[in-house]
Structure formats: C-alpha cells, structure tokens
Design a protein around this ligand. Structure first.
Ligand SMILES: *Cc1c(COP(=O)(O)O)cnc(C)c1O
Length: 363
C-alpha cells in the first residue's frame, strides 16, 4: 500500500458542503474585505484559545511581525527564538524590524531550551518567541519565568499547535500575544494564506488592528507607518466553517500518534517524547533515527512518503547564516540530521497507519 505524506483532498471532501455554504454566505453578503465572516472568525478563534481577542491577518509570518510590533518590539531590538524552527519564525521577527537571535532546543521536546535562551539575553533583548513546534506546547512555565525576570515580552509562535494545552490553558493564551498560521496544511487550514494574532491584552489587540491596515486608527488616520495584511473574507468564512471540527481532528491525530508511539517502543526508531495530557496536537509526528536518510529512502521504496521538518536549522540557510548565536546550537544541528516526519493527519485511515508502521519496523 502506498501512503502519501498528506492528502488534503480528503479534508476538503469531508467539509465540502460546509465550505460551499460558507462561500455562498460571503457571496450573499458581498462584503469582500472585513464583513461578518472576519468578525465571526476572530470571535470564535479567541474563544477557542480562551483569550480575549483575535485579529485576523494575511499569514502566520505577518502575524509574528504584527504581534511583535504590537507588544512594542521594533528597530534595534533583539528577539530570541529557537534554531530548530521554520524559517518563517525568523522572517517574521525580521519583518518587525527586530534582529533574531538563535538559541538551542531541548533535545527531548525540540522546543526552545530555557537555559540556552537565558544565555542569549543581552541589553537589547526585548522578547522571546517560543515555537510550539510539531504541535507540542513549548516549556512555557520556565520561559515565562525567564521573561518575567528580565522584563521581556513573550510572543508564542503557535502556527503548528492550534488547540495544544498547558495545565488546562490553550496556546494563544499563554504569552503576551500569539501568532497563528492557517496555511492549508496546518491543523486548522484555509484554502490559501491566512493568519491571526491572539491576545488578551486590549492594547495589543487594538495596535494589531492598526498595524494590519496602513497604521489606521478608527478614523482612518494613519497614526503609524504600516503595510496591509488583512485576513481575506473568504478565508475567514472557510476557517469559521472548519473550526468546529478542529477538536475532533486533533483527537484523531492524538489517537494515531498514540498508536505509532506504542508500536515503536523498543525499536531503533525513537518516537517523540511523551507530552503532558493534551499538551500536544501532533501537527507532525517526528521520530529520530541514526541513518535517517537511508531510512527515508528505504521507506520510499516501501511506498511510504516522509518529509523532514526541517533539514537545516535556521542558521543553515545562507540568508540567516549570519544571525547571532550566543551559545552552541548542537541539539538543533543534531536534530536536523536525525529527524523524520511520518504521515499523520486526521483522515489517514487505520489501514494506512498500519502500513506506515509495518514499513518503518521493516526498514
Ligand atoms: C507555518 C509556520 C509559520 C508561518 O506561517 P505562514 O502562514 O506560512 O506565513 C510560522 N512558524 C511556524 C513554526 C510555521 O510552521
């Protein structure tokens, strides 16, 4: 049996009726920027996260930039994030005018290591951007404590972790603000690009609304210099239609991840470390293996498609090679050589999951 890494046609088919109704609703209202879909999705997303407000923007990268500016980060400021992340994280930091500084990850969770982040703090540090990578809530207790000690803002990169929890609270409600992406393959995905800033600070929400649209205040007077990054109305309607299914989809991801992890116990393939109850929404199921590239090739010949997230740490990209990295980034570098993402998404069938495991154990 061939197993694709992800077949989004299945999710689209599952929600097709609701999507058509959502698009028809936008056509009926014919308010193509803003309108009830954007306001409705912002309200529902904030409620889902347990936060006071959400501000729809054009992408996850823009959400990081706008959230950082809204909490007061700008030109000349340094922002610490993990070296093992999507380049979008540092792109967003740079777009805010700030300078990204790289810290290492905890080898067990592959999220920002608080000790490494601490060594990266200098006189110009203004914020931390922990990434809830692969769907796992980062070590927020220690990071929030570190931020408090040093007077830093915390902007969560929650692009991969819609619905992940820490002690009964959801990501998006843990820091000063959070950035979400609704890139089509995320746990909650649009039919194109979309993002949001989530915050419980009314000042940060208001400033995010100003920053997403020409720096306009309520009277359409530009009170600061800003570009345009609105959440598209059609995308908002699509997201509003999909949001009620997100918890069920995350449950199915957890079920599949549990099955994979149980089957891999005692094998040469290291499953992801256990996470606290509901602390992981398994955007990606990332194992570690020596000889990763050979394993990947072997799985390909057995019909199982895999990907690597990510094959290079941020500083392995020429554009970002010059970023400051005050401490060694050994764990991020080692991870980039050993990690492998197996197919895992809500519509993956039990038979396909079985075929993945059979191939992995045979390989
Ligand atoms: C997807 C992603 C982003 C960026 O989202 P876009 O919507 O593609 O701009 C940022 N950070 C992480 C960790 C992501 O996975």
């Amino acid at each position: 049996m061939n197993v694709a890494f992800l077949d989004l046609r299945r999710e689209t088919a599952e929600v097709a009726r609701d999507l058509r109704a959502a698009v028809n609703g936008v056509l009926a209202e014919s308010c193509f920027v803003g309108g009830s879909a954007v306001a409705g999705f912002e309200r529902e997303l904030a409620a889902f996260c347990g936060a006071a407000d959400a501000v729809g923007v054009g992408s996850g990268t823009d959400a990081i930039a706008i959230a950082l500016r809204a909490v007061g980060v700008g030109e000349g400021d340094e922002v610490i994030t993990a070296a093992n992340t999507a380049v979008a994280t540092v792109a967003g930091i740079a777009l805010a005018g700030a300078t990204p500084v790289l810290a290492d990850v905890d080898p067990a969770t592959l999220t920002l290591d608080p000790d490494s982040a601490a060594t990266a703090i200098g006189p110009r540090t203004r914020a931390l951007v922990p990434v809830h990578l692969y769907g796992r809530c980062a070590g927020m207790e220690a990071l929030l404590e570190l931020a408090r000690e040093h007077g830093l803002k915390v902007v969560e990169d929650a692009a991969q972790a819609h619905g992940a929890e820490l002690g009964g609270r959801r990501v998006g409600a843990l820091g000063d603000a959070a950035a979400f992406s609704f890139y089509p393959t995320k746990n909650l995905g649009a039919l194109g690009d979309a993002g949001a800033v989530v915050t419980s600070d009314p000042g940060v929400a208001e400033r995010s609304r100003v920053l997403r649209e020409y720096g306009w205040n309520a009277d359409r007077v530009s009170v600061e210099r800003a570009g345009q990054s609105r959440l598209d109305t059609l995308q908002a309607a699509v997201l509003l239609a999909k949001l009620p299914r997100l918890e069920r989809w995350n449950e199915r991801r957890r079920e599949l991840a549990g099955r994979y992890t149980a089957a891999l116990a005692g094998s040469a393939i290291e499953p992801p470390a256990a996470a606290p109850e509901r602390g992981h929404v398994h955007h990606l199921y990332v194992v570690r293996a020596g000889g990763r590239d050979r394993l990947r090739e072997r799985l390909r010949t057995l019909g199982v498609e895999t990907l690597v997230h990510y094959p290079r740490p941020v500083h392995g990209h020429p554009a970002w090679a010059g970023l400051a990295r005050p401490s060694a980034l050994d764990e991020s570098e080692r991870a980039s050589r050993e990690i492998l993402s197996l197919p895992l998404y809500p519509q993956l069938t039990d038979d396909e999951a079985g075929a993945v495991l059979e191939a992995v154990l045979a390989a």
